[in-house]
Design a binder for this molecule. Sequence first.
Ligand SMILES: Cc1cc2nc3c(=O)[nH]c(=O)nc-3n(C[C@H](O)[C@H](O)[C@H](O)COP(=O)(O)O)c2cc1C
Length: 364
Amino acid sequence: MKGGKGCKGQKGQKGLLRTVQPFQPLQPLQRVVNLRPMHFPFSIAHPIPLFLAPMAGVSESPFRRICRSFGADVVVSEFLSCEGLRRGIKNVHDGAYFTDQERPLGIQLYGADPAAMGEAAGLVTTHYTPDFIDINFGCPVKKVVRRNGGSGCLKDLDLVQGIIRAVRAATHLPVTVKIRSGWDEATRDPVTIAQRCRDAGAQAITLHPRTRSQMFSGSAQWEEIARVVESVDVPVIGNGDITSAEDAQSMWRQTGCAGLMIARGAFGNPWIFQQSRDLLDGRVLHGAPGAAERFAVALRHARLAVSIQGDDRQTAIEFRKHLGWYVKGLPGASDLRYRLHQVESMGAVERVFLDYLKPLAATG
Ligand SMILES: Cc1cc2nc3c(=O)[nH]c(=O)nc-3n(C[C@H](O)[C@H](O)[C@H](O)COP(=O)(O)O)c2cc1C
């Protein structure tokens, strides 16, 4: 910038000073990254770990293993009902299944009764021994918040603290929390929520900076992540709207968060972890995978799912959503997706993939 208002006092100065640019305040989202070293309460392979987010019906053991193989540093189970765990409900206990390859892994719990949450945390510690326990204070789904679970707790921060204290008292494992920015606009206050969580003993905090009322609308307010980073002395993991490696790098640069968590951006796209790591480490980005590579990874993922579920047909049907995500963006994706949404066996999936690749191989 030459001349102008800001240069006024420099007129007539000599030497180096003449070349000094006038002070320009940084824009809110162009701040200097806060490099306070943060210690995660579990072991991590990189200073800025990448997390696969907890996702009901998606972040199950097979997908977690796939994402770990592509560079996710930490994974988290889908949310499990503390009541379901206490009552021994099979489906809920199935959600706690994981393999050692997935570590470090957190099991996420939700519920609105501190005693029940403590009991479930003790049970998870004894029977499953994950690397940490995460408490869900973010789920916006009606059937969960109706009973004050998930983000429903955010209406009562005494309750939030009571739950964290009960869980901490019931386990020797690290306890982390995942929060939204508040219940609604009127009560939006991520800094106070994070500080109250920290005071009650949360050892790391993931913020998805939307309110419950927003559900998934609007955009995640990354500036709120930056404010929370500055207001607590535990690692803050930024989450929300990371759909590419560039987004991951931008969130880290703009907020100084200690870790980055990716949810929807990983749908059919475990490569996002590898590419994000490339950018964070200053390397050239791995290229986008071609059709053959996408299909190979989709099949590897599908076979892991069959090996756990045991029922080829059932798994193929449940796996259709993943198949649709894996082919997103390929030429002819809508026709391919249509065919994949009819499959009833893993053999049929392979045939659809081979049919797609045949003409490419012939021309290619
Ligand atoms: C299908 C789906 C299931 C989810 N399930 C959970 C869950 O079990 N626990 C949780 O804390 N958040 C859950 N979330 C929220 C995500 O973890 C994440 O906070 C949110 O999607 C924002 O991140 P993103 O913009 O990277 O998708 C879920 C999100 C999706 C799309």
